[in-house]
Design a protein. Structure first.
Length: 805
C-alpha cells in the first residue's frame, strides 16, 4: 500500500513537471515555426555564410529575381550575427509583386532588449537592428522584415506547429508549396503560371536542390503532398518519336503529360473526344503576336482512328462546323462551342479550330496558330530535331516541359505581370529550360547554357508560311505588313502573324519595288503604287484600287514608277519612264499631270528609279538615263537645268538625299567612283579608293552616323563601307562576304545584308560590319525588316524572324 502511494506521489510530481517541460522548456524544431501559408522556403547549408549564399546557384536565382530579399538578408545578419546564416529562410508576399524575407534559427544567441514593438499571444516582437523584427520563443529566434511575419510564426508554434514540411525542408534544399504559390505570386505570375499552379492539385509541394552543371543549372527533387493521381507514364523514346515529332520547333514553350483527362468531364468530351483520345496530351505555346491564350495548340493522341473519323462526322451532324477549309494537305474545321476541351486547358476553348494529323488531332482557338503548327509539321520543322528537347532515356515519364528562352523572350511580359526585366536578365544566360517528372514523384529541371560566345542569337524564328505559288519578288515592307509578289500576277499583303490581309491581281509582273506613302505623309490614308511594264496600280491600305486606276502607260515602262505628295491632303504625283524616251506623270485620280504628256523627254531609256523632292516650295524630278546623263524637271515638266553628264557606268543607281541642309543626288559607278549632284546642277566625282576600283556596285546609305551618309561598295571578295570622319573621307570597315558566286547586296534597319544566290543563304552585318549572331539563314531574298521582325523567302515559304539588337 505504501509502495502504491509512493508511485502515485512520483507520478503526481512528474506530470506537472512534464507539462512544464513540454509547454515551456521543450526545444522546438525550427520547421515547426513555419506557417502553413508559406510558399517559398529555403534551408541554407549551415557551413555557408552570406557571401556563399549570394554566390550560390539558388542565391543567384532568388536574388536576381528579388533583389530586395538580399537587402533583407543583410538586415537579418544584425540579429543572427555577421557571417552566419539562419536555419530556415522564407519569402512572404508584402503586396502585389513585392516580397520580404523572414526566417527562424535555433542557434542564435540574440536576446530581446528594450520595449517590444508589439506583443502577440504573450510574446514580445522587438526591433532588432535596422529594418528587422525579431522574437524569441524558447530555443528559437524568429525574425522578419515586418512584425506580421514574426507573429505568423508565433501563432504556428502556439498552435502546436505544422508537420506539412517535415519531409521536405532539409538542409541545402528548397520547398515550394504550389497551392500557396498561387496567392504568393499574385501580381507577379501571369496567366500561364496561374494555370500551371491550378492544375498541380491541392496540397501539392515540391522539394529539391539546385546545382551548377556544364555551364547551366540542374535541379532535382520530389513531389510531396496529395497532388494529381499517379500515372503509369510513357517512355522517353515514345516522347521523342511520337509527341516531339509533331510539336513545332518554333515554340515559346511546350508541355506534355502522360495522364488523361480530368475525372470531371463535360458532355462534349464524353460524347466526341473520349471514344478516340489516348491517355496523354501536349500543349505548344507559339511566340506569335497577340494574346498567349490565342496562340497555343493542343495535341490529342488518336488511339482509335475509326472512332475519330466517326466522331468528326458526328460533330458535323449534331453541331455543324462554323468554317471548313483545306490548308496544304490538311482539312481545317471550326466547331461551335464554349469551354470545349476544358479537361485539358483551364477554361476551355471557344469555337476552336482543329485538324487531323493522323496520330494526333491538333486543336487551337486561333486559325493562325493552328496553320503555323500544321506548316511546321508539313515542312518537318519539329522539336524532334532538337536534341536538347529530348527527355533522358530510361524509365517512364509522366510529364515533360520545354522552354526556348530566345523565342519566349517576346512573350515574358504576358507570362509575368511584374519584374519582366529581372526575369529576362536571369534567363538571358540560358538557351533553353527542360524539365521532366517521373510517375513516382521525382522531377528534374535543366537550364542549358547560352552559346559559347555568351550572347543570344540576334534572331529567332517566329513562323514560316508556305506560299500558294512561287515568289517572284519581295518581300517589301508596307507599314506593319509585307508585300510579296507571287506567280500568276498576284501581290499579297501579309501581316505580322502570317495571315494574308489582301491580294491584288495584276496583268503582268512588277518592274521594281512598290512605293508606299503613309497616312501621315498623304493626310488622306496610306497609298501603295505598283508598277508593271504596261500599267500602274494605285491601291489603298486594303489593297483596293483607287478611282482612275490602273492607268495604262502610253509605252513600256522601263523602271519602277515613283510617287510623291505634291500637296496635302492627298494630292499626289506619279511619274514613270517609258521606252520611247518620255516620262509621263499622273495625279492621284489617274489624270495626266499638266506638261507631262509630251514635254518631258530624255536622251535615251531610263532604268534607274526616278527621284522627286521638294525644296523651298519648288518641285524637282530627276531622271538618270542609261548613258549617265542626269535630267532635272520642274513640276510642269519643263527642264529645271541643263542635263548633267555624269558619264558612262552611272546609269543604274540614282539615289536621293533630301534632308536639310543636304539636298543632293548620288550615283555609283561600276569602278568604285561616285558622282554627287546638288539641286542647282553642280556636281563632283569621288573615288572610293584603290581597293574599290573593282567594285561591282555602290549604295548610298545612312549607316555610320554622319549626316552626310556613307558609301557601301562590294566586289568579288569584300564589302566595304566608306564615310566621313570630320572633313576626311576614308574606308570605315571591310568585311569578307564569303560568297563565291553571284551576290546581292541590300540594306535594312539593322545594317548591311547580302545574299549568296547559289547557296541560297542570307547574311546580315551590323553598322560596324560584324556578322550578327544567328546568321546566315537559309533564304533567297533580301530581308524586309519591320517592327523588329525580318521577313525572308526561302523555297516556297515565307519566314519571319524576331530580331533583337
Amino acid at each position: 500500500m505504501i509502495k502504491v502511494k509512493h508511485w502515485a506521489a512520483v507520478a503526481a510530481l512528474m506530470m506537472p513537471a512534464a507539462a512544464v517541460y513540454y509547454f515551456f522548456i521543450y526545444p522546438f524544431d525550427a520547421r515547426e515555426a513555419l506557417p502553413e501559408s508559406a510558399a517559398l522556403i529555403w534551408a541554407p547549408h549551415a557551413a555557408k555564410n552570406k557571401d556563399n549564399l549570394v554566390d550560390s546557384v539558388t542565391g543567384q536565382v532568388l536574388f536576381r529575381l528579388f533583389p530586395e530579399l538580399e537587402e533583407d538578408l543583410t538586415a537579418v545578419q544584425q540579429v543572427i550575427g555577421s557571417g552566419r546564416l539562419p536555419e530556415l529562410l522564407m519569402a512572404n508576399r508584402v503586396s502585389a509583386g513585392r516580397y520580404a524575407l523572414a526566417g527562424v534559427d535555433s542557434r542564435c544567441e540574440w536576446a530581446p532588449s528594450g520595449a517590444p514593438v508589439s506583443v502577440y499571444r504573450g510574446v514580445g516582437v522587438y526591433a532588432a537592428g535596422s529594418g528587422c523584427m525579431a522574437a524569441r520563443v524558447r530555443n528559437l529566434v524568429l525574425f522578419g522584415r515586418m512584425p506580421a511575419q514574426v507573429e505568423a510564426m508565433i501563432k504556428e508554434l502556439d498552435n502546436g506547429g505544422s508537420v506539412l514540411w517535415q519531409g521536405g525542408v532539409q538542409e541545402g534544399r528548397f520547398w515550394l508549396g504550389t497551392e500557396n504559390l498561387l496567392a504568393w505570386g499574385s501580381g507577379f505570375f501571369g496567366a500561364p503560371w496561374r494555370e500551371l499552379l491550378k492544375s498541380a492539385g491541392r496540397g501539392t509541394a515540391l522539394t529539391g536542390a539546385l546545382r551548377s552543371e556544364g555551364g547551366g543549372i540542374y535541379a532535382e527533387g520530389h513531389t510531396l503532398g496529395t497532388g494529381p493521381a499517379k500515372s503509369p507514364g510513357q517512355s522517353a523514346g515514345f516522347l521523342q518519336s511520337g509527341v516531339l515529332a509533331h510539336l513545332p520547333v518554333n515554340i515559346a514553350w511546350a508541355s506534355w503529360r502522360a495522364q488523361g483527362a480530368q475525372p470531371k468531364a463535360g458532355r462534349f468530351y464524353e460524347q466526341y473526344v473520349s471514344p478516340w483520345a489516348g491517355p496523354h496530351y501536349a500543349v505548344a505555346q507559339l511566340p506569335l503576336p497577340g494574346q498567349l491564350a490565342n496562340n497555343r495548340v493542343l495535341y490529342l493522341p488518336v488511339a482509335a482512328e475509326a472512332a475519330l473519323a466517326e466522331a468528326l462526322e458526328q460533330v458535323r451532324a449534331d453541331i455543324g462546323y462554323l468554317k471548313e477549309y483545306p490548308f496544304q494537305v490538311f482539312q481545317v474545321q471550326q466547331v461551335l462551342g464554349d469551354g470545349l476541351f476544358e479537361e485539358y486547358i483551364a477554361g476551355g476553348l471557344r469555337n476552336p479550330y482543329w485538324a487531323d494529323l493522323g496520330s494526333y488531332l491538333a486543336v487551337s482557338p486561333s486559325a493562325v496558330a493552328l496553320e503555323q503548327a500544321l506548316s511546321a509539321y508539313w515542312l518537318g520543322l519539329t522539336l524532334g530535331g532538337r536534341p536538347e528537347a529530348a527527355a533522358p532515356e530510361g524509365g517512364a515519364l509522366s510529364a515533360w516541359w520545354f522552354v526556348d528562352v530566345e523565342k519566349s523572350a517576346g512573350v515574358w511580359p504576358q507570362a509575368f505581370e511584374r519584374r519582366q526585366e529581372e526575369v529576362g536578365a536571369l534567363l538571358s544566360g540560358f538557351s533553353y529550360l527542360q524539365g521532366h517528372k517521373w510517375p513516382d514523384g521525382k522531377w528534374a529541371l535543366q537550364a542549358g547554357p547560352a552559346g559559347q560566345k555568351g550572347r543570344a542569337s540576334a534572331l529567332s524564328l517566329l513562323w514560316q508560311k508556305p506560299l500558294d505559288g512561287m515568289a517572284v519578288s519581295g518581300p517589301y515592307v508596307v507599314g506593319d505588313q509585307v508585300l510579296l509578289e507571287l506567280s500568276g500576277g498576284r501581290v499579297q499583303s501579309i501581316g505580322a502573324d502570317g495571315t494574308v490581309s489582301w491580294e491584288a491581281r495584276l496583268q503582268d509582273t512588277l518592274v521594281g519595288p512598290p512605293v508606299v506613302l503613309s497616312n501621315e505623309q498623304t493626310g488622306a490614308g496610306q497609298r501603295i503604287l505598283l508598277t508593271t511594264p504596261r500599267a500602274g496600280y494605285l491601291l489603298d491600305e486594303r489593297g483596293r484600287a483607287e478611282a482612275g486606276f490602273p492607268v495604262i502607260w502610253p509605252g513600256v515602262c522601263t523602271a519602277a514608277a515613283t510617287m510623291s505628295v505634291l500637296e496635302k491632303p492627298g494630292v499626289l504625283g506619279i511619274w514613270a519612264p517609258l521606252s520611247n524616251k518620255r516620262i509621263v506623270g499622273y495625279d492621284q485620280r489617274g489624270r495626266l499631270l499638266e506638261g507631262w504628256g509630251d514635254r518631258a523627254l530624255v536622251d535615251t531609256t531610263v532604268h534607274s528609279r526616278l527621284q522627286h523632292a521638294q525644296r523651298d516650295g519648288k518641285d524637282y524630278l530627276f531622271a538618270l538615263s542609261d548613258t549617265g546623263l542626269l535630267h532635272a524637271f520642274r513640276r510642269d515638266g519643263a527642264p529645271r537645268f541643263l542635263p548633267v553628264p555624269l558619264g558612262k557606268g552611272f546609269g543604274q543607281s540614282l539615289q536621293l538625299q533630301a534632308e536639310p541642309p543636304h539636298y543632293r543626288l548620288l550615283a555609283g559607278g561600276a569602278d568604285g567612283r561616285v558622282a554627287a549632284v546638288n539641286f542647282e546642277g553642280e556636281f563632283f566625282r569621288l573615288s572610293l579608293g584603290q581597293q574599290a576600283k573593282g567594285a561591282s556596285g555602290v549604295l548610298f546609305v545612312p549607316l555610320w552616323g554622319d549626316e552626310r551618309y556613307d558609301y557601301l561598295s562590294w566586289d568579288g571578295k569584300y564589302i566595304r563601307l566608306h564615310g566621313y570622319s570630320g572633313q576626311a573621307f576614308r574606308q570605315v570597315w571591310e568585311t569578307a562576304h564569303r560568297v563565291k558566286g553571284p551576290i546581292g547586296v541590300f540594306t535594312c534597319a539593322l545594317g548591311v545584308g547580302w545574299i549568296d544566290k547559289e547557296r541560297r543563304k542570307v547574311y546580315l552585318a551590323d553598322s560596324q560590319g560584324q556578322l550578327l549572331s544567328g546568321f546566315p539563314v537559309s533564304g533567297q531574298s533580301p530581308l524586309a525588316v519591320a517592327d523588329g521582325v525580318a521577313y525572308c523567302v526561302y523555297g516556297e515559304a515565307l519566314y519571319a524572324y524576331a530580331l533583337r539588337e
